[in-house]
Design a protein around this ligand. Structure first.
Ligand SMILES: [Zn+2]
Length: 254
C-alpha cells in the first residue's frame, strides 16, 4: 500500500488518481510493443499492479467498434509508463490509434473495497506492516507483531471503523507541508521515504493516514460488513491477518 506518486503531473494522465470511480476513457496509443504484447496511451483509467493491488483488466474498442481484451496492467520499472497487456492472439493497435477503454469495473470495485478495508485493518492491528495483498473480495496484511488481538476482536473493531462513515481524502502533499504539520506527522502510519519531495497521502477521516497510490472507496460505508477469516503465523514475528467482504455484489452509491 505504499506505492508512491512522485510527480503530481502524472495524475493528469493517470485518471484513476483523481477519480477512482472513472470506468472508461478515450485514449490515443502512444507506443506499442508487439514482442512484449503491451501498449501505452496518452491517458488511462487502468490501475497498474502495485502496492499489493492487482492491475486492472478490461476492454478496448476501436472506432469501428471492434474490441480486444486487456488482460493486465503494469507500470514499467524504467520509465514509469503504464503498460496495458493484451493476450497472445490479440493484434496490438499502432501508435496514433484512437481507442475507447473500459475497465472491468466489478473486479476493480471489489479491489477498492478490499484495499480501503486493509487501510482500516492497519489502523486496528498495532504493528508495522510488512506486506499486503488485495484480491477481488478478500485480502490480507502481514504485521510485524508477536501477539495480535483475537480474531473476533479485530473483526468487531474493523466493522466499527467501517460504520463510522469516514470520508476518504487523498491529495498530493509536499514533504515540507507534511513536516510542518505535527498532526500529519503523528498520524502517519508509514514513515516518509527519503528522497521523495511530493507524496500522495490517503486519509480516512480521523482513522488512518498513509502514503498510497492505490484506488479507494469515497466513504468507508461502501466497504460493507467484513469478516476476519484467519490469523496465521508466518515466522517468529510475522502474523498474517486475512479478511473478506461479506457481500461482494454491492454497487457504489456514488
Ligand atoms: Zn491505499
Amino acid at each position: 500500500m505504499t506505492h508512491l506518486i512522485r510527480l503530481a503531473e502524472l495524475m493528469s494522465r493517470e485518471l484513476f488518481q483523481n477519480d477512482a470511480y472513472m470506468r472508461a476513457c478515450d485514449a490515443v496509443v502512444v507506443e506499442s510493443n508487439p514482442n512484449e504484447k503491451w501498449f501505452s496511451v496518452d491517458q488511462t483509467v487502468f490501475y497498474p499492479l502495485g502496492g499489493g493491488q492487482p492491475g486492472d483488466t478490461g476492454v478496448a474498442f476501436y472506432k469501428n467498434d471492434a474490441e480486444f481484451a486487456i488482460v493486465d496492467t503494469r507500470r514499467a520499472r524504467d520509465t514509469g509508463e503504464i503498460l496495458h497487456f493484451v493476450d497472445e492472439v490479440a493484434e496490438l493497435p499502432e501508435a496514433g490509434t484512437e481507442l475507447h477503454m473500459e475497465i472491468n469495473w466489478e473486479r476493480r470495485y471489489l479491489h477498492m473495497r478490499v484495499h480501503s478495508c486493509l487501510h482500516l485493518l492497519s489502523a486496528t492491528v498495532p504493528g508495522k506492516i510488512t506486506g499486503a495483498q488485495v484480491y477481488a473480495g478478500r485480502g490480507r496484511v502481514d504485521f510485524d507483531v508477536r501477539y495480535p488481538q483475537e480474531k473476533h476482536y479485530i473483526a468487531e473493531s474493523l466493522n466499527a471503523l467501517i460504520q463510522k462513515e469516514a470520508r476518504r481524502i487523498s491529495r498530493v502533499f509536499t514533504r515540507a507541508e507534511i513536516e510542518a504539520s505535527p498532526s500529519l506527522m503523528k498520524n502517519l502510519s508509514v514513515p516518509l521515504p527519503e528522497g521523495v519531495d511530493e507524496i500522495k497521502l490517503v486519509h480516512f477521516e480521523n482513522l488512518d493516514i498513509q502514503p498510497c497510490g492505490g484506488t479507494h472507496v469515497a466513504n468507508t460505508m461502501e466497504i460493507g460488513e467484513v469478516k476476519v477469516d484467519k490469523i496465521e503465523s508466518k515466522g517468529k514475528r510475522n502474523r498474517r491477518v486475512s479478511i473478506s467482504l461479506v457481500d461482494t455484489a454491492v454497487e457504489p452509491n456514488y
